[in-house]
Design a protein around this ligand. Structure first.
Ligand SMILES: C[S@@+](CC[C@H](N)C(=O)[O-])C[C@H]1O[C@@H](n2cnc3c(N)ncnc32)[C@H](O)[C@@H]1O
Length: 269
């Protein structure tokens, strides 16, 4: 079956209607404290790396329920929040209105491979939680679009799941060959995808952060839940994300045990 964008759009719209927001956009099967720890790691590490964003024009590709968009608006950025699900955009918009932040928010209902802004338009582009849900040809198109729309010397921040992770490799849900009948699709991306297009598209890249401790506990949680209560597990996940945040060194162990990397791309010219 060929990948169908409309089916994917329906899938994400239905999912956010069905379960709480973090489960809808992060791990569907995980307990709340697991998703909360991931959310804190991802948003904290991203905001720390972005630095000052006031008055910058930032594109949040696949904004979902606004996990990235809302904190950026709070920091004074002009955010262009894009998603192909109207329901997701509505949720993000409602949050912005409630916090009196909607004047700096522009909502765009579009698929990420056909965004259509001018070349060199954005100061920053963020794309988290999308690429792993796209088939190869769309993934490449989105990367091309990101580089095209970024101003020269400006940066894009992507979350890349780790193809070499010992945990993700054993997880059968990532070996999906094609989109399932409900519209869901997920795959492993890997840093070789980023490496492959760096010369042709003209960017440099580096890994800013990784989540080795979180990944370890996340993948071992079924073994832990039989002997530990939710409160203790919540503390453990908090400990994991705080340690992942304060660790600087990205090394051989990350290549084996971290499930996700925050990657910064810099457009050359
Ligand atoms: C896993 S969620 C991540 C949402 C958000 N970035 C976050 O991390 O909280 C995936 C999001 O991608 C959106 N999406 C899926 N395919 C898309 C496409 N082709 N173009 C734009 N958005 C898409 C979904 O509607 C959903 O909001």
């Amino acid at each position: 079956m060929e990948y169908n964008k409309k089916k994917a759009e329906e899938f994400w719209t239905n999912r956010v209607k069905e379960v709480d927001e973090l489960r809808a956009v992060l791990s569907y099967n995980a307990p709340r404290y697991v998703n909360e720890a991931y959310d804190k790691w991802e948003i904290s590490t991203l905001l720390k790396s972005l630095g000052k964003v006031k008055n910058k024009k930032i594109l949040d590709i696949a904004c979902g329920v606004g996990r990235v968009t809302i904190p950026l608006l709070e920091l004074g950025a002009y955010v262009y929040a894009l998603d192909n699900s109207k329901k997701m955009l509505d949720i993000t918009n409602k949050k912005a209105i409630k916090k009196n932040l909607a004047k700096n928010l522009k909502l765009i209902k579009s698929s990420a491979d056909e965004i259509g802004f001018n070349n060199n338009f954005f100061d920053v582009i963020v794309c988290v939680g999308l690429l792993e849900h796209l088939p190869s040809e769309l993934k490449v198109k989105v990367l091309e679009e990101i580089i095209r729309m970024l101003k020269p010397k400006s940066a894009s921040y992507l979350i890349i799941n780790n193809k070499n992770s010992i945990f993700l490799n054993k997880n059968h849900s990532y070996s999906q060959k094609e989109q399932s009948s409900d519209g869901y699709y997920v795959s492993l991306i890997g840093m070789d995808f980023i490496e492959k297009y760096s010369k042709t598209l003209g960017y440099t890249y580096n890994i800013i952060s990784s989540n080795i401790l979180y990944s370890f506990f996340r993948n071992k949680i079924s073994e832990l839940t039989s002997s530990l209560n939710d409160e203790t597990l919540g503390l453990l996940f908090n400990y994991a994300f705080e340690n992942d945040l304060s660790r600087k060194k990205i090394d051989h162990l990350d290549e084996i045990f971290s499930d996700q990397f925050l990657v910064k791309l810099i457009k050359q010219n």
